[in-house]
Design a protein. Sequence first.
Lengths: 635, 187
Amino acid sequence: MRGVLFLLLALAAVVLAAGPLFAQQDDGDDDQEGATGGGDPLAGTYRRSPRSHEAEFHPNYKLDYTRDQDVSTWKHNIQMNYAFTPKVIFNSSSNIVLRENEALNRLNRQETWNAGLNLALSDAISTGIRFQRSDQEDVRNPGESNEVRTFRERESFDLTTDYKTSFMENVGVTLGVNGGFERNEYSDVKSTGSSQGVSASLNYKAPLGIETSFQYSGNHSLLDSKQGSAESKDESYGHNLSGHVEYDWLENSFVVDARRGISSKEYPKEQQTELRRADTEAVNLNADLALLEDLSTAISVGYTRNKTEYDLEESKDSDLTSRSVQASLAYKFGETRFTAEMSSDKKRNEYYDIQTGEQYSNALGASITHDFGENVTAVMRGRTSLLSHHYDDAESNDQDRDLFDQEATFNLDYTPRDDLKTSLYVKVREDNLIYIRTSRTGDNKTSQTYTIQPSITKNFGSRVVVTQKYGLSADYTFYTYDPDSNFLIRNFSINTGLTWKPFSRLKLVFGHTYRSQDEGSYVEDEDGVERYGKNSERDDNSLDLSLGYKLFDFIDIDVKQSLSFQKRWAIEDGEKRLSWDKFDTTLTGKASADYELPSGTTLKFTLARVYRDATNITERQREVWDISLNIDKTF
Amino acid sequence: MAIAAALLLSGCIFTPRDPDGPPEGDVTDWETPINTSIVLQNLTAAFEGEGLQNYKDCFTDSFRFHVDPSDSLAAGQEAEQRYANWTREDEEHAANGIFTVASDIDLSFTTIQEPDESSDETYRIEEYELIVTYEGGASEEVYYRGQASLHMRRDGTGRWAIFRWVDRRLTDPPPNTWGSLRGDYRD
């Protein structure tokens, strides 16, 4: 808090000292207004009076409160932006979140404070000061003998200067430097010191439409750290360089992106100094080609490498390399559209342990869309992919595996009349899990899923909409080496919905879902024929009724009643025996208001009460209040 | 021609490897996760049996793990690289890292709050106890305990999987959570 106080005093001093200067500037502006009259093209930029400056000071405050069962959360957000003149701007923000969990007896607080004063010395040069503070605290069993507190604090204060200019409309340059102090505290660690940063960018638009941009950013910090009795001087730095080249030729586009970054960070760890070094590089080439009319293609080639090394925890060292290629094409002929895409990716993962290995990923997909007149659209899609994990040390790591997936879908939308829509969705999918090492091959299996989902939507006038959707799926699992474990799951569902708007303020929704599921073994009998032996059945019925009403144009009232029953039967020796019978009912009443006062302040308020009754429910879950309050006040 | 080339190419790069042979051990217990309890059974069996792919299949593609705030704060400057933006790939890598150093794993869950499985998204609150026996030296057993809010989603074929795991320390010691163990094996 001392830092905040210091900042406010400093800002007050700056404001007082700058007062005469701003007044003089304002006088000049007034003169300008008088000279130029209403047709001044700079109107709104320079024509400011001291009174109008005061009018521009609009602090904004947002308050949010939510309570969801055991957890209540307060959020405060304050923003202040004040242009003393168009060239001297103050801005600040603070965000405070307080969260209390009654069930776990915990308090959590997060605060973030930012303040800055920016001064535009000229059109090209600006300078400023910046203060940042973040504070996080988590307290368990607050106020009790077994209270445990963890926290992290960070403060930094920076001076910044930025320079930007352009030459001959083709070259743009920006430069920035900053330097300041920072303080960190967490657990038993304290550190203070200085930090510096520099950034630069160059944009160049070359002949033939070639656009280039290059960026560099670097930072350095030197902190005096103390952890318990151990003291250290921790130095950290980072350098990032990136480039982007873009070239458009006719309808074709070519882009090259490259970046390189290195960093080194020292920090206290268990009374010693840990050093983390990171090295990253990436290159990406992308070409969008319009080779023929109605044919567009794209190809992309990428390479990334991320290398991380630790001094103390060498077991965390890693070196990850990835090479990838992606290609796609889209072609339109008549009422038919064809798309295809493929991708191939190879990763080399070097770790300190037996996870070192390679990963190959290949995928190929295609789709055809065809419009049969104005009322019928059909889409067919197919996709296949193979993901292979290869570990170097096959003796110690037996997780080598391939995942081979294939999927085909078909979708048909048919709209015979404006008030009637129908659709049909069919999916066939097969997933293969293939472990390579014998110690794991017991898990090898093939899953086959067949799904069909027809649906229909009918409008009765403009006020009533009825929909119904059916779903039927069968999910087979075949074990490669243990066919006695093969099993089958079957699902059937019907969703029915009715929406009725008797008048504009009232909306009634009715929904019913029926789900039926059975599962069991799917094994060969003595004659070698695969047969299904049902183990269990389950039925779910869910009914939802809701009413929505708008009161006084800004209060929404919602009442919802849900009721669901679930039953499960075990099948033993052909006999069906009830295993369990569950119910769940919820009554929700909710009122929400969204109101804007003439002053511009907005109020949002939500109050919901949920009453729930169900099998195996705790008292704590039975009744829940959800409250949300949001005030957005601009002063 | 492009299609023909792709089909020819697919014959080469879409051929999975042949396994070395029939299994030496037992089949890991895996059931199609038609309810959230089976997800926990599969997760337990896969983690104890070190079946990496079965373990990974307990999580959705969009899986996110949220560590306990105290674990994050205690990690100091390493918090971000240990826990931030934790994905299913991180979960797989951390699990594989634990498998490489563990000679025995024992995992159990105790349900604190039952889920409502009538909708396609639900959550259940579980207390877990994970006992890892590390290889080498003293073959020491280390206990990890905590509370997990497991948010699960049902896909179009009725299979459930975890899409969010919110980890919390328990009020009573020992303080080591599975979340802190995950962080040790992320890199």
